[in-house]
Design a protein around this ligand. Structure first.
Ligand code: SF4
Length: 704
């Protein structure tokens, strides 16, 4: 029996795992006691990882060989890799010749490894020449990216997990780490046990499992986070709880923000947010006057039509009180996916370029051209469509081909009616996937089997900027191949078809990582002092890494802006993109369950992970149900302006009145012909981050 150290493929905590195997079959998994994210602990999903690689799953749920459909709706027919690569390259070249490179879009995933991201990025921008590459991370953390850049000057979470242990006050906003980041929550629980007087404040419209632990739960109306932050800041200014010397020495823009929040007296914020005024004063005092205050935030802030404003409003609180750049202090965005950070670093998104460069800057394109050894005129030179924009463009017929990798937009994207119309309208849909039965597979003309956890080599970066190795323990299932290799082989054929030298020719994942590393030289995320040999010898490391790892950023008080000063961002409160009405009186939010992951293509293969919750339900406050004479377990229709679905009702005191909640995980693979919660969600997105508003949809709930 052998053991291989790797990383959990689920959430952004990035726990280290030890894979037990015989070289052919994974037989067990346990937490890696030496990994600094988890020190040997795993949550339920991680503990059961080996079951996602069982012989039954490998045989029946994995995509094991390439397939094609002769026509849409036809049964897929197996073909060789050679034929698949040739046909796909030929069809992409034909679309490119007829409609131009921008008729091709790539929609990839925060679950790909950094090396895969780098390969896809070169394929899109340097080989095909399209700017339209985006990731499902757009649905996850793009508001956090833009928030950090606007406020602090760079997309760099300044904190470390050890800050959880060193904070005196932790503010959790729009996150439920008890279920979504369980190992961090264990660390938080342990820290509270060690620190008498520790304060935990939770801001969430639901009384979540995290809120159950809180000293103060601000159960705000959905979407009112900015109003609350402005009210908190007003209270801090009024009571002189701010840090004038920090503001003076290290920030800019405070006067404009002060003017903006002048009218946000806590009584007004309390009215807008639906919380007691006294709780706003208490939260402001705890946050501002604790020796070290840390905020942890996730989708509740990010998945919003004002997601960037929510992020910057929270960061304003840190800057106003000097709660940043010290042990236990800072704004800490939790990433949802295992490699959302690596995607950001490698620039595999429409609004990013490698090494935290910006597609709005011509000089940054010129640097990428030099790094990639291509003529700058061959690169698109402008930003492409973001996730929702890409599917809208496909629905309009502007994008003719979509190459989708390691994600399931026919379940996970908002406004499914539009997304499915887009997939149907495309001339060519390529799906590169490890699992055979996702909702998107039905729309694919080509299905390319991808290797997955336990079968591939590379790196990921977790929420605290820590780069960990992902290692192969067993061969890929069937004929599946590493994602980067699938991309490279088709890129070689496209370049040959265009009669030019290969632009993506790397032979190994490490070679791709070295190309990525070079793109970080001299940048805020510089990892030129790091190597795979260092990672193998010293274990996971936090960036920047030039002479060594960096656990905390901005300790000198100098920020990553041009002036070196952090910026206060004065953005007015905006309500959600759509309001509840007499026809649609409930605000619906989407949520995560403890034991499931995203669309369940991996976690859904483990029967025991359904023990916690076995079926999707819509949760409603008992008072709302009583008013409508709806009983526990009754089938109800949830209807928005975009679609409907029918689910059993679950009565839940923890959901506020006039609100409803549906877990994000179930799609039609699990609930028959229905499309899951995204049948009713909306595609409205934040104007800055383009992240869609998955946390607020106006719906009606009636007997089915
Ligand atoms: Fe995996 Fe996240 Fe659980 Fe850690 S906390 S074991 S990374 S799912």
């Amino acid at each position: 029996m052998s053991e291989t150290r790797s990383t959990c493929p689920y959430c952004g905590v990035g726990c280290g795992v030890v894979i037990e195997h015989d070289g052919q079959q994974i037989t067990g998994v346990r937490g890696d006691p030496e990994h600094p994210a988890n020190f040997g602990r795993l949550c339920t999903k991680g503990t059961n990882l080996h079951l996602t690689a069982s012989p039954v799953v490998l045989q029946h749920q994995r995509l094991r060989e390439p397939f094609k459909r002769a026509t849409r709706g036809a049964a897929p027919q197996a073909l060789t890799w050679d034929d698949a690569n040739r046909e796909i390259a030929d069809r992409l070249l034909a679309i490119r010749a007829t409609h131009g490179p921008e008729a091709i879009g790539l929609y990839i995933s925060g679950q790909l490894l950094t090396e895969d991201y780098h390969a896809f990025n070169k394929l899109a921008r340097a080989v095909i020449g399209t700017p339209h590459i985006d990731s499902n991370s757009r649905l996850c953390m793009s508001s956090a990216v833009v928030g950090y850049k606007q406020s602090l000057g760079a997309d760099a979470p300044p904190c470390s997990y050890e800050d959880i242990e060193q904070a005196d006050c932790v503010l959790v906003s729009g996150a439920n780490p008890a279920w979504a980041h369980p190992i961090l929550f264990r660390r938080l629980e342990a820290a509270r046990a060690q620190r008498p007087g520790h304060k935990l404040i939770v801001i969430d419209p639901r009384r979540t499992e995290t809120a159950e632990l809180a000293d103060l739960h601000l159960q705000i109306r959905p979407g009112t986070d900015v109003a609350l932050c402005h009210g908190l800041l007003h209270a801090m200014i009024r009571r002189s709880w701010t840090a004038p010397s920090f503001i003076e020495a290290h920030t800019e823009g405070f006067d404009a923000l002060k003017t903006l929040v002048h009218d946000w007296i806590p009584a007004r914020a309390a009215q807008v947010c639906g919380v007691p005024e006294s709780d706003i004063w208490r939260a402001a005092e705890w946050f501002a006057t604790s020796p070290a205050s840390l905020s942890l935030y996730c989708q509740g802030l990010n998945q919003s039509s004002s997601g960037t404003a929510k992020n910057t409003a929270l960061i304003n609180l840190h800057l106003a009180t000097g709660q940043i750049g010290r042990a236990g202090a800072g704004p800490f965005s939790l990433t949802g996916q295992p490699n959302a950070m690596g995607g950001r670093e490698s620039g595999g998104m429409a609004t990013l370029l490698p090494g935290h460069r910006d597609p709005a800057r011509a000089g940054d394109w010129a640097e990428i051209a030099r790094l990639w050894g291509v003529d700058a005129a061959d690169l698109p030179g402008h930003r492409g469509h973001t996730a929702v924009e890409m599917f809208e463009a496909a629905a309009r017929g502007e994008i003719k081909a979509l190459w989708i990798a390691c994600t399931n937009p026919a379940q996970s994207m908002p406004d499914q009616a539009l997304v499915r119309a887009a997939l149907e309208r495309c001339e060519l849909v390529i799906l590169q996937e490890a699992f055979a039965h996702t909702a998107t597979a039905r729309y694919a003309d080509y299905l390319l089997p991808a290797a997955t956890w336990g079968e591939k080599e590379g790196t990921v970066t977790n929420s605290e900027r820590r780069i960990s190795r992902v290692r192969a323990a067993v061969p890929p299932a069937g004929q599946s191949r590493a994602d980067w290799r699938i991309v490279r082989d088709i890129a070689l054929r496209i370049d040959a078809g265009l009669g030019r030298a290969p632009r993506l020719a790397a032979q190994t994942a490490e070679a791709l990582w070295l190309e990525h590393r070079e793109a970080t030289r001299g940048r805020d995320l510089d990892i030129t002092g790091l190597s795979w040999a260092t990672l193998d010898r010293d274990g996971p490391q936090q960036w920047p890494y030039v002479d060594g790892a960096t656990s905390r950023l901005y300790t000198s008080g100098r920020f990553a802006t041009d002036t070196g000063r952090a910026r206060f961002i004065a953005r007015p409160y905006q309500p959600p993109a759509e309001d509840t009405t007499a026809q649609h009186p409930f605000s619906l939010t989407t949520s995560r369950l403890r034991d499931q992951w995203h669309g369940m293509s991996r976690s859904g293969s483990v029967p025991r992970l359904f023990a916690h919750q076995g079926r999707p339900q819509v949760r409603l406050h008992p008072d709302d149900a009583a008013r409508r004479e709806l009983a526990e377990g009754a089938l109800v229709q949830v209807r928005s302006a975009r679609g409907e679905l029918v689910l059993p009702l679950q009565l839940d005191q923890n959901v506020a009145t006039a609100c409803a909640d549906i877990p994000m995980h179930w799609g039609e693979e699990f609930i028959g012909a229905q499309r899951g919660v995204n049948a009713v969600t909306q595609g409205a997105f934040c104007p800055d981050s383009k992240q869609p508003e998955l946390k607020f949809s106006a719906v009606a709930i009636e007997p089915a």
